[in-house]
Design a protein around this ligand. Structure first.
Ligand code: MN
Length: 249
């Protein structure tokens, strides 16, 4: 199928398990399946941070960048000391993703961030994060429906988000209130430059961010890639992203 846009998706580091397997780079298959299902050619990008020329070469070739979920971002990336509750980090992935966001945005290509990816987009724009919602925002709802906490059904949607009218996100999702899954313990604190908050949980936690201009630069804190069957309207996020990237092919 000619004209299908090439969407880069940086991978996560999985350290070696002695006696079982070497270190791996990988990403949840539902991201790759969602991209292919919506007309993209997914291109996994290994976080080879020691070869910075690669980021430039990938950025030149891809038509859009998908930032997926994963490890916590190193707090030094937003100028804060590491709190005890901050989780495992993936410094090579941080480095490659931050460089890719800079290059891809400079080229005017679409960026879509999911969960950690939304947080990465915020940090790339100079914003900051709550390293751990329960300890830093005690009045917040529970957002941490992670496997670590014993939750394995990624389609469970424990809280709603209210989407701000007039945003790109509201144009894509079509209505203002959506139940969403919530598989995160960090969140956006201070917004980055030239970003606006487009969705909020009932406790005020930011669940969506985007650029104010017409370009597709958008992030969501929930996981639409795991809701395509339970809530088909979430597919519109991938359709809009792939379409924006395809318009450049
Ligand atoms: Mn949440």
């Amino acid at each position: 199928m000619p004209g299908r846009p090439l969407i880069g998706i940086p991978l996560q580091t999985y350290p070696a398990v002695p006696g079982e397997r070497p270190a791996l780079w990988g990403i949840g298959r539902s991201y790759l399946e969602a991209l292919a299902r919506h007309g993209a050619v997914p291109l996994p990008i290994p976080p080879l941070a020691s070869d910075p020329e690669l980021a430039r070469l990938y950025a030149e070739r891809i038509d859009g960048l998908l930032l997926a979920g994963g490890s916590d971002i190193a707090p030094t990336r937003y100028g804060e000391p590491v709190r005890a509750q901050c989780g495992a980090i993936d410094p090579e992935r941080d480095a490659v993703e931050l460089e890719l966001v800079r290059l891809v945005r400079d080229a005017g290509k679409p960026v879509f961030g999911i969960c950690r990816g939304m947080q990465l987009l915020n940090v790339a724009c100079g914003g900051t994060l709550y390293q751990d919602i329960p300890s830093q925002v005690p009045a917040a709802l529970k957002h941490d429906y992670t496997a670590k906490q014993g939750h394995t059904d990624r389609t469970d949607s424990p809280h709603d988000v209210t989407v701000k009218p007039g945003t790109k996100l509201s144009a894509i999702l079509g209505s203002t209130l959506h139940p969403v899954n919530s598989i995160h313990h960090q969140a956006v604190k201070d917004l980055g430059r030239d970003l606006l908050a487009s969705a909020f949980a009932p406790d005020g936690i930011v669940e969506g961010i985007e650029s104010p201009g017409p370009e597709f630069v958008l992030g969501v804190q929930w996981h639409p890639e795991d809701l395509l069957d339970a809530q088909p309207q979430m597919g519109r996020l991938f359709a809009a992203f792939v379409s924006a990237a395809g318009n450049r092919v």
